[in-house]
Design a protein around this ligand. Structure first.
Ligand code: BEZ
Length: 250
């Protein structure tokens, strides 16, 4: 996945804005060491730091980390692989907002790394897309691809059910203290072109395999298909479903 850090931050600032309740759940304390996994441009990392915690933000995208460093001087950020990262000193908490669903290849490896990064009793507080997340958006996408005779795209996300993820956490050495699964319809405020803009932003890599002349009509079709479910008088609404949890390392 290639990320455009500027577009992510301005047009899709809701990714960070919706993270505020998760920071409340984390409840970072002054002096705590907190690792923000999949920190993006570091907005929530900075929020956690403003409460007196010592933070490290890691993200797989060089572009995101460069923006985070530029926007939050004085905080620590580094490029890191969610499937394979290690830390020199254990952390009190690992935090992650809207990032774990991108680490779809091997969720167990991610959980194992988080466990290794925490001290015993340390907490893992995170939110990701849950089963059914973006169902109308992805259904419109898959239907449009099929109608245009394109090969079925492999969607790059992992949206587990609560039971699936709780089991992974327990097997991975965590006690699950809280697990919430809820709809969060999310206005696509900065997407004047609705579902098509969303596809460009979050599934842009899939468009690389589409003949250039087909991209525009294909995205127009995505919009037509998604509109009945997602277009309101007030604008477009993404059908987000969230899985939010707090777990503690054994
Ligand atoms: C999400 O935050 O749920 C999400 C964002 C982009 C693509 C897929 C899921």
């Amino acid at each position: 996945m290639r990320w455009n850090a500027r577009a992510y931050d301005s047009s899709f600032g809701y990714v960070s804005a919706h993270g505020a309740p998760l920071v409340e759940l984390l409840d970072p304390q002054p002096g705590e060491r907190v690792l923000d996994l999949g920190c993006g441009t570091g907005v929530l990392t900075a929020d956690i730091a403003s409460r007196g915690a010592s933070v490290l933000g890691i993200d797989g995208s060089q572009a995101m980390i460069e923006t985070a460093i530029a926007q939050h001087p004085g905080l620590d950020f580094t490029v890191g692989d969610g499937y394979d990262f290690t830390v020199a000193q254990p952390y009190d908490a690992v935090f992650s907002n809207a990032a774990l669903h991108w680490m779809s290849r091997d969720p167990e490896a991610v959980i194992a790394c988080v466990r290794m990064a925490l001290r015993p009793g340390g907490r893992f507080v995170a939110e990701l897309g849950g089963a059914g997340n973006c169902a109308a958006l992805t259904s419109a996408l898959l239907t449009a691809w099929r109608e245009y005779g394109l090969a079925e795209p492999e969607l790059p996300w992992y949206f587990p059910t609560p039971a699936q993820y709780a089991l992974r956490l327990e097997k991975g050495g965590f006690v699950v203290r809280l697990l919430e699964y809820f709809d969060r319809p999310t206005p696509l405020d900065e997407c004047p072109n609705g579902a098509a803009d969303w596809v460009r932003m979050f599934a842009g890599a899939l468009l690389d395999r589409v003949p250039p002349a087909t991209v525009e009509p294909l995205l127009r079709r995505v919009n037509e298909l998604a509109a009945p479910a997602l277009r309101r008088e007030s604008g477009w609404m993404a059908d987000y479903v969230r899985l939010r949890f707090a777990a503690v390392r054994h």
